[in-house]
Design a binder for this molecule. Structure first.
Ligand code: MTE
Length: 314
C-alpha cells in the first residue's frame, strides 16, 4: 500500500466531498496514479469502518465526471422517506440505523440473524465508480464504497437449489417510516436477482459513498447496487436476504407488471409507458445523452441473457 504524504486533515475542517476530492487529486498525480492503482491514504486512527474506508482501492471506474455529493444525497428515490425527490434528504434522520441486523434465510447452510458489525467484519472495502440509471430517465455517476455481493452471499453457503436471492428493506409496522404511512407500494420494499446475476462481479453491496458512511437517504447502512439494471433494483437499507428456488416477488413488478419487469436491465430500445428509455438526463447536465445498453456494462453482463429475447423484457 502506498503511504500518503498529505498531512492528516481534521475531518471537521472540510466537507466530506472536498476532503475526498483533495485525496483523489493527489492520487491521480501521485505514485499510485502512475501505477494505475488508486489507493486512499491510510490514517492510523479511526473506527474499523474509517480504517477500511481509508484503505479502499478503486477496483472499478468509468471515465466520466462524478456527480457532486449534493446531487447524490439531495436528489433521491427512497419512498420509505417520501415520494418527492428531496424528501429522503429532508427526512433522513427518521431512519435509525443503529443497531442494525440482517436476517439471512432460505436455501443456505448458514441462516441466522447477523448484526451489521458481523456482516461487515471480514470484508475489505473497495471503491466502485458506477453509473446509476433510474427508469425515470435520469442518471448519475456515484463513487460507492463497499464489497462485492458475491463475497457476502458465499459466506452463507447457498445450496445448489437456490436459483434466486430476495432482499427486503426495513419495515416496522408499529413504527413506520414517514413514507410507509401511505400504501405507495406494498411494504416492505422487495427486490431480487437471479443467482448468476447476484454472483456477477459487478453486483455490489454499498456501505458508503465518497469515502464515507452511506447517508441515510442513499440507503444506510447497507444497500444493493446493480449498475446494469434500472435503479429500482438497487434496494436500500436491507434487513433480509433470502435464498429461494422460484423467482421472488418484487415490489414494482408486483404493483405494475406491464411497466416494471423482474429483470429490468437498462435497455434504450424498450420503453416504459411514461418514459422513453432512448435518452437520459445526467443530473447536473443540460443536454440529454444516449442511453447505453446495459447502462454501458454490456461486456460484463450480456452473457447472462444470451438465451433471452431482450426486447420482451422491461
Ligand atoms: N430502495 C428502497 N428501499 N426504497 C426505494 O424507494 N428506490 C429505488 C432504489 N432503491 C428505492 C430503493 C430507485 S427507484 C432508485 S432510482 C434508486 O434507489 C435511487 O438511489 P439513490 O437515491 O441513492 O440515487
Amino acid at each position: 500500500m502506498v503511504k500518503s504524504v498529505i498531512p492528516t486533515l481534521s475531518e471537521s475542517e472540510v466537507t466530506p466531498e472536498a476532503t475526498y476530492l483533495k485525496r483523489r487529486d493527489f492520487l491521480s498525480t501521485g505514485v499510485a496514479g502512475a501505477l494505475g492503482v488508486t489507493v486512499m491514504p491510510s490514517f492510523a486512527a479511526g473506527t474499523p469502518f474509517e480504517q477500511k474506508a481509508a484503505a479502499a482501492k478503486t477496483t472499478y471506474k468509468i471515465d466520466e465526471k462524478l456527480n457532486s455529493l449534493e446531487d447524490i444525497t439531495q436528489y433521491n428515490n427512497f419512498y420509505e422517506l417520501g415520494t418527492g425527490k428531496t424528501d429522503p434528504y429532508k427526512n433522513a434522520d427518521k431512519l435509525k440505523t443503529d443497531p442494525w441486523s440482517i436476517e439471512v434465510g432460505g436455501l443456505c447452510a448458514k441462516p441466522g440473524k447477523y448484526p451489521l458489525e458481523d456482516i461487515l467484519q471480514p470484508h475489505t472495502f473497495e471503491e466502485r465508480i458506477y453509473r446509476l440509471r433510474c427508469v425515470e430517465a435520469w442518471s448519475m455517476v456515484v463513487p460507492w464504497l463497499g464489497f462485492s455481493l458475491a463475497s457476502l452471499l458465499k459466506r452463507f453457503e447457498p445450496s445448489s437449489d437456490a436459483k434466486y436471492v430476495a432482499f427486503h428493506t426495513l419495515y416496522d409496522e408499529g413504527r413506520p417510516l414517514p413514507g410507509q404511512n401511505r400504501p405507495v407500494i406494498r411494504w416492505p420494499y422487495r427486490e431480487g436477482l437471479r443467482m448468476d446475476e447476484a454472483m456477477n462481479p459487478l453486483s455490489f453491496m454499498a456501505v458508503g459513498l465518497y469515502g464515507k458512511t452511506l447517508p441515510n437517504q442513499n440507503g444506510a447502512p447497507i444497500r444493493l447496487v446493480v449498475p446494469w439494471k434500472y435503479g429500482f433494483k438497487s434496494i436500500k437499507s436491507i434487513v433480509k436476504i433470502e435464498f429461494v428456488k422460484e423467482q421472488p416477488k418484487t415490489s414494482w413488478n408486483t404493483l405494475q407488471p406491464s411497466e416494471y419487469g423482474f429483470y429490468s436491465n437498462v435497455n434504450p430500445k424498450v420503453n416504459h409507458p411514461r418514459w422513453s428509455q432512448a435518452r437520459e438526463r445526467r443530473i447536473g447536465e443540460l443536454f440529454k445523452r444516449e442511453t447505453l445498453m446495459f447502462n454501458g456494462y454490456q461486456e460484463q453482463v450480456a452473457h447472462l441473457y444470451k438465451n433471452m429475447d431482450l426486447a420482451r423484457f422491461i
